[in-house]
Design a protein around this ligand. Structure first.
Ligand SMILES: [Zn+2]
Length: 306
């Protein structure tokens, strides 16, 4: 598969400055409900694709393919696109789904092709299962699945204290190291939309904490980074929480007809930071309205990280 586009249409509005609205950020929409995985898997597509706006796509893997049902994000700049994560499970067909979006985007924008950066929120298996489908694609660059490779790719002077960035072409993403859930977790802040992508470190569900001291520092780092900035949405990579406060779906649930909304706000980031402050140096499981802090034993050093 390659990112070829065979149509040549009039160049649309791509590249213009953000839409003028009250906050000065480019707006987008998020569905109230996602397909999840059921009740009839025959009727569920492998991927649900939603255009947040013309240059920002959200992909949700079907629970019928893998119960983790992760979310992926695909952002287009003028010079290249960035994909965050590649999906979960052996059956995942991420390469084809992403290629189709890219081909349509190219056709709409009068482009023949656009290079793709395949980035990762972190290195856990339910976010990298489709990597091999991209590694062989022409025009695709894989961000290394190591702390040093990640640090160097985003120009982070000092890991994890400093902030890095990647310029997609008139679209800059800030890259904030947030180790704790995983050694190489990062958050992406899209200056164009004000969307903050937080991976598995903050989402409506069980926030598994492997390295508690690092997680505490990372959460404070995110609070400090977002201070004074516009945060339109905080988007993580799973939904495990139910729409009912304090309730969640048990591990392994494919079909979640009453799940929590995907988007969180900076308010919930502050709430997480507050919960960690309450715990001090004694990590414990703490259920909040929209997520649960869930300390776990440190994992053995994964092969893919340093
Ligand atoms: Zn995950």
């Amino acid at each position: 598969m390659k990112f070829a586009c065979w149509f040549s249409f009039v160049v649309l509005a791509f590249g213009q400055s953000p839409q003028p609205d009250g906050a000065g950020v480019r707006p987008g929409s998020i569905p109230a409900n996602w397909v999840t995985g059921g009740p009839d898997c025959a009727a569920v597509p492998n991927w649900q694709v939603h255009a947040y706006n013309d240059d920002f796509f959200i992909l949700r893997e079907s629970g019928c393919t893998n119960y983790e049902k992760p979310f992926l994000y695909l952002l287009f700049g003028k010079d290249r696109a960035l994909l965050e994560d590649t999906g979960a499970g052996k059956e995942v067909r991420t390469g084809r789904a992403v290629s189709e979006i890219i081909e349509k985007w190219c056709a709409k924008n009068g482009r023949k092709s656009i290079p793709l950066v395949v980035a990762h929120s972190h290195s856990h298996g339910d976010h990298i299962s489709g990597d091999a489908q991209f590694a062989a694609m022409p025009g695709a660059t894989m961000v290394p699945l190591t702390v040093e490779g990640t640090r160097s790719f985003y120009g982070i002077a000092k890991w994890p204290e400093e902030i890095g960035r990647i310029d997609l072409g008139e679209r800059i993403l800030d890259v904030v190291p947030i180790p704790g859930h995983d050694t190489l977790s990062v958050a992406f802040y899209d200056r164009q939309t004000g969307v903050l992508l937080t991976g598995d470190s903050l989402y409506p569900g069980r926030l598994y904490v492997r390295d508690y001291p690092e997680f505490v520092h990372s959460t404070q780092r995110l609070v400090d980074f977002t201070q004074g900035k516009i945060v339109a949405h905080i988007l993580g990579t799973h939904i495990e929480q139910a729409a009912t406060p304090y309730q969640d779906y048990v591990v392994g649930t494919k079909y979640q007809p009453e799940e929590h909304a995907l988007a969180l706000s900076r308010g919930q980031l502050l709430e997480l930071n507050d919960a960690l402050r309450q715990m001090g140096d004694k990590p414990r499981r703490m259920a909040m309205r929209d997520f649960t802090v869930w300390p776990r034993e440190p994992a053995p050093t994964p092969k893919t990280s340093q």
